[in-house]
Design a binder for this molecule. Structure first.
Ligand SMILES: Nc1ncnc2c1ncn2[C@@H]1O[C@H](COP(=O)(O)OP(=O)(O)OP(=O)(O)O)[C@@H](O)[C@H]1O
Ligand SMILES: [Mg+2]
Length: 239
């Protein structure tokens, strides 16, 4: 079932949170495959398991059972430092509340994954400048997050997510804290990134953003209840 182009391949993924008093079955058997170049929206009611799924996909957490391969690599059994490397190299995260470090500049926030990834100083500078340019914030590099608008903060977060040239971008409600206009800008940016060959997975309550994705996956009560599947090759842009 796993193809060469497969970025995400999940079989019968379950996640049980054990908080002592209660056990929550957040995911109850997820089968999901996402290939290179797809633009997928995950939709579903509050508490259905969307963020849990994203955390598993991004290796922020591990499943209770099931098989997960990220770019062909089995995630189960990886040690902490291997998982950290996978998170740094393979996935880029974008969160609703931006998750920028408040004490440092936009430039330094974007540089962070490159520092962690051991990229030399001159290459770091080249890449951060190119990324800030790409998200339209070349003139805001020295600003701290508090000196930026919400839309600008999210664009810094997108630049940071792209820094290590990940295989997939994972965004959890990326427009949730933005007004319609800056939310629209972020949607445009995602569309551009996808058209340039990126692979995108976006969790969203926003129907306009969900419609931009070429594939919609609906989750209810820990199970996939609808998957429009990958469209034909005609609507998938080539690199
Ligand atoms: N760390 C945790 N410990 C215990 N239970 C959790 C934990 N995280 C999530 N849950 C539970 O797992 C279920 C799924 O939560 P999840 O955050 O994945 O939902 P969601 O679809 O992202 O919801 P929302 O749209 O509100 O963000 C919920 O019932 C939630 O209470
Ligand atoms: Mg959530």
């Amino acid at each position: 079932m796993t193809t060469n182009d497969s970025i995400i391949a999940m079989e019968q993924i379950r996640k049980v949170y054990d908080t002592g008093k209660v056990q929550v079955e957040a995911l109850r058997g997820i089968d999901l495959e996402i290939s290179k170049g797809e633009f997928v929206a995950i939709v579903g009611p509050s508490g259905s398991g969307k963020s849990t799924l994203m955390n598993l996909i991004g290796c922020l957490d591990t499943p209770t059972s099931g098989v997960y391969r990220l770019t062909g690599q089995l995630v189960a059994g990886m040690k902490k430092d291997e998982l950290a490397t996978v998170r740094n190299r393979r996935v880029g995260f974008i969160f609703q509340n931006f998750n920028l470090l408040p004490q440092i500049s936009a430039y330094e926030n974007v540089e962070m994954p490159l520092l962690f990834g051991g990229v030399p100083r001159r290459e770091r500078r080249r890449r951060v400048e190119a990324l800030m340019e790409r998200v339209g914030l070349a003139d805001r590099m020295e600003h701290k997050p508090t000196e930026l608008s919400g839309g600008q903060m999210q664009r810094v977060a997108v630049a940071r997510a792209l820094a290590m040239d990940p295989d997939i971008l994972l965004a959890d409600e990326p427009t949730g804290n933005l007004d319609t206009s800056s939310g629209g800008d972020i949607m445009e940016l995602f569309q551009d990134l996808w058209e340039q060959g990126g692979t995108m997975l976006v969790i969203t309550h926003d129907p306009a953003l969900a419609r931009r994705a070429r594939r919609q996956v609906e989750i209810q009560d820990g199970l996939i209840t609808r998957d429009t599947g990958s469209p034909g090759a005609d609507s998938t842009p080539l690199r």
